[in-house]
Design a protein around this ligand. Structure first.
Ligand SMILES: Nc1ncnc2c1ncn2[C@@H]1O[C@H](COP(=O)(O)OP(=O)(O)O)[C@@H](O)[C@H]1O
Ligand SMILES: [Mg+2]
Length: 289
């Protein structure tokens, strides 16, 4: 009878690094402006000067972070990532924009509109946004290795340091048991390629509005570096009318940063506004108590 050799455990030397060497290799945390009024000031780092903790605003989301933007439909997730892409492109950076639900030509119309609302000319920045159309191509949407190989090609060719995926939920639609594997692979890929990334993920209607949970369970929130939650609520009770200061029947939009591993952040819940020209803006904090 054949005896299978038991694999002997090995020491993986590459996996060992001293704190000193790890810190030397660590990036400096800077902020990347999002193009969303009121958002950039909500992330900060701290310094201790004369025994006092001083907060230093980052002025954007932390570079090299992979963040999850979650909310049910119509809460402004797409507006947020479009404004971010436009803002970064206007600063001269190249952005890879993977569209999974809306074909690229429609996304470009929307980006064009967003740029104009932000007082920019899309023609000046259109070459800085490289769309990957997984909405029109099943070979990208349904095949993660193809999608990541294509993204790697775009990152190499266009030297992009920023990736947007709208949405990762679309990559495991009807296959929610794969959510964890898909998001983990995407996350590891983005880290390896030194990307700052926003991943949109859809909430199911059964989920609590202001939690970080996305379709596919806790997969997304637990893997990524941080989450921003967008919510939309109908004012129905006297209680919420008082809480929000709005009459019953009104819609309120809310925003909250639900954790970020890379830096400090404001923990309050804010009103969220969408202007008449279709721009997302963080409003005042919700006053409780
Ligand atoms: N140009 C616009 N003008 C006014 N409101 C807009 C415009 N574009 C989008 N909106 C509003 O923003 C909401 C959120 O849009 P979107 O970002 O697409 O939501 P999500 O991606 O979360 O489903 C839409 O339901 C719509 O009411
Ligand atoms: Mg959307």
């Amino acid at each position: 009878m054949e005896v299978r050799e038991i694999e002997r455990p090995q020491v993986i030397e590459e996996g060992i690094i001293t704190g000193r060497r790890a810190l030397k290799a660590a990036p400096r945390i800077e902020g990347l402006p999002t193009g969303v009024e009121g958002l950039d000031g909500l992330f900060f780092t701290t310094e201790i000067i004369d025994n006092r903790v001083i907060k230093k605003p980052l002025g954007g989301i932390p570079c090299l972070s992979v963040l999850n933007i979650t909310g049910s439909s119509d809460t402004g997730k797409t507006l947020l990532v479009e404004q971010f892409a436009i803002k970064q492109a206007s600063l001269g950076r190249n952005v890879a924009f993977i569209t999974v639900e809306t074909p690229a030509s429609f996304v470009s119309l929307s980006l064009n509109e967003r740029a104009r609302a932000m007082g920019l000319r899309f023609e000046d920045i259109e070459d800085n946004i490289i769309l990957i159309d997984a909405a029109s191509h099943g070979l990208l949407r349904e095949n993660l290795p193809n999608l990541l190989a294509t993204l790697a090609h775009v990152i190499r060719t266009y030297k992009t340091g920023i990736t947007v995926i709208d949405s990762v939920t679309g990559l495991y639609e009807h296959r929610e048991m794969l959510a964890r594997t898909v998001v983990r692979q995407v996350y590891n890929f983005l880290k390896k390629w030194h990307q700052t990334a926003l991943l949109v993920s859809q909430k199911r209607s059964g989920h609590e509005e202001l939690t970080a949970e996305a379709a596919g369970g806790y997969a997304v929130g637990h893997i990524v570096d941080g989450t921003m939650v967008l919510a939309k609520e109908l004012v129905m009770s006297q209680y919420s009318a008082r809480l929000f200061g709005k009459p019953p029947g009104d819609i309120v939009r809310l925003f909250r940063i639900d954790g970020c591993r890379l830096c400090g952040h404001d923990t309050r819940t804010f009103f969220l506004e969408i202007t008449d020209t279709g721009l997302l803006r963080i409003g005042p904090p919700l006053r409780t108590g």
